[in-house]
Design a protein around this ligand. Sequence first.
Ligand code: IPD
Length: 264
Amino acid sequence: MIVEKELAELAADIAREAGELALRRRDEGVQLAATKSSLADIVTEADREVEALIRGRLQEARPGDGFLGEESDADPGETGVTWVVDPIDGTVNYAYGIPAYAVSIAAVQGEAVPGRWQALAGAVYAPAHGELFTASRGGGAHRGAQRLAVTTETPAGALLATGFGYDPATHDGDLATVRRVMAIARDLRRAGSAALDLAYVAAGRLDGYFERGLKPWDFAAGALLVAEAGGAVSRLDAASARPMLIAGGPEVHDRLTALLTEEA
Ligand code: IPD
């Protein structure tokens, strides 16, 4: 039997350990390991080392589960549960010494494809802030021991967040999207970590979030946090190369969806 709370506790324990490793490596100085899809899309030695630690710990605790991570090969496993992992979400912040980065670990059931999986548990840990966000299916979302709830009212307009893809060819389109959503915004943030943006929506620190082209590990844990905090999460154009993730309190989510569905 799958016990979501136990999966969330495991994710939280490993995320903390992994986050402390990332923090230590950051203090020692960041080594760039490679660039990926574009010059701006970087991976550090720490990303790889932290992912290896997470993978090893999960393997010890739950042999047979699948694994889908940002920096290493996927393994479908044989239990029907897959761990979707971003060892350091916000790698560019990490490389520059900006504290907005996080370890993101989610357990999902079913096919390990966004839209087809069922998220069971998740943890997002921001080591430079010492903040741990956790969620389990049906068990709510929490920051430490505090239960989280999304915002429901935005009298002065919505505080929104977004992100931009690494491919410069996508910037014009993403900026056109920003222009469109500013109609309902109080202001806009671009903090550099999708996992933290989603955790902040869950915590009521942001009213809504939207971004095209996220990878599964960027949002697997964060999307469950938002849903378990009473928010709504959806993906527009799911079959396209750059689906649009929208998250927020129910009303902001719906207003964003309406604005972005009109998109040319
Ligand atoms: C990135 C961050 C960023 C988002 C990018 C992601 P990474 O993840 O979440 O906020 O705008 O789309 O790729 O590369 O730092 O793990």
